[in-house]
Design a protein around this ligand. Structure first.
Ligand code: ASP
Length: 310
């Protein structure tokens, strides 16, 4: 049997132990563990990495503390507009969706787009029409209400400021978003990412999450990547594809490529955030240039979950 592996993230940013409520910390760790186990169970049975990343991200989307699906942040007008993407490293096929509301699991819609639409990226109301056609579950606005997120929005809603998740108004350097990367026993890589974007976003702002090559990428020849961070920078640095290219064209190892892009290139541009990555041998990298990143991977059949730098 080939090595199987999965890694997940729930956002990066100024996540400091000194500012964390112990009860909340427990909940975050529980949410990460649940998602890892959901994805790993599929890989263990011989299932496909595409199914594993979809299951892990679905679990994170259903968990209200992460900024995706149920926990998506509020836009300027008090709605929730979600983005998601998924990519298959074996075929290089991908599906993505942006600016959608009320779809319970945007990652599942991204998968349907990949498989049944003949397109890669769909947006807004028409993407919701496609979701209905695919019989995906919808939820009313109340389902997406989360007290902490509502407070974040109230703090900035009358200003011009956008706010990244896991933060308060005084400190804009925290990011939400969830993602998963996996390697299955057939040697296939996959990646998926999902987000509510930034609190108080307006004018149809879209980040890196649904942009294949920026926030998400998978290629069996190199690696699978899912990003979180200040999306504008991740788009401009084409982060996920850049890492794959460094491996393909320059022979970098996964670690060299991730370290270079996250800790050097992005830092020089001013782009804060992180990513999870896995290569075809099952090496995992969980790299960030911020103080912390909600993250997890499997070690000896056990879920390892971390939040802070140490
Ligand atoms: N990258 C996401 C975006 O810019 C945000 C995040 O990771 O929290 O939309």
């Amino acid at each position: 049997m080939n090595k199987i592996q999965i890694a997940i993230h729930g956002g990066a940013g100024t996540i400091l132990r000194s500012q964390m409520d112990p009860e909340k910390e427990k909940q975050y760790l529980h949410g990460l563990t649940q998602a890892l186990e959901a994805g790993y169970a599929i890989l263990k049975k011989g299932g496909a990495s595409m199914d594993a990343v979809e299951a892990a991200v679905t679990s994170l989307e259903n968990f209200p503390l992460f900024n995706a699906g149920r926990g998506a942040v509020f836009t300027h007008t008090g709605t929730h507009e979600m983005d998601a993407s998924i990519m298959d490293g074996k075929t290089l096929e991908a599906g993505a969706v942006c600016g959608i509301s009320n779809v319970q699991n945007p990652v599942q819609l991204a998968r349907m787009i990949k498989e049944h639409s003949g397109h890669v990226l769909l947006c807004g109301k028409e993407a919701e029409v496609f979701a209905k056609k695919m019989n995906l579950p919808f939820q009313p606005d109340e389902y997406f209400f989360e007290e902490g997120r509502y407070r974040q929005w109230q703090e900035v809603k009358d200003t011009e400021r956008y706010q990244l998740d896991h933060t308060d108004a005084k400190d804009e350097k925290k990011f939400g978003t969830v993602g998963a990367v996996a390697l299955d026993m057939h040697g296939n890589l996959a990646a998926a990412t999902s987000t509510g974007g930034m609190t108080n976003k307006r004018y149809g702002r879209i980040g890196d999450t649904p942009i294949i090559g920026a926030g998400t990428y998978a290629n069996n020849a190199t690696c699978a990547i899912s990003c979180t961070g200040h999306g504008e920078y991740f788009i401009r640095a084409v982060v996920a594809h850049d890492i794959s290219c460094l491996m393909e064209y320059k022979g970098y190892t996964l670690k060299q490529a991730c370290d270079y892009v996250v800790k050097d290139k992005l830092v020089k541009m001013g782009g804060e955030g992180g990513l999870i990555a896995i290569d075809a041998k099952g090496h995992v990298e969980l790299v960030f240039n911020s103080d912390g990143m909600y993250r997890g991977w499997m070690q000896n059949e056990k879920a390892e979950v971390r939040i802070y730098e140490d």
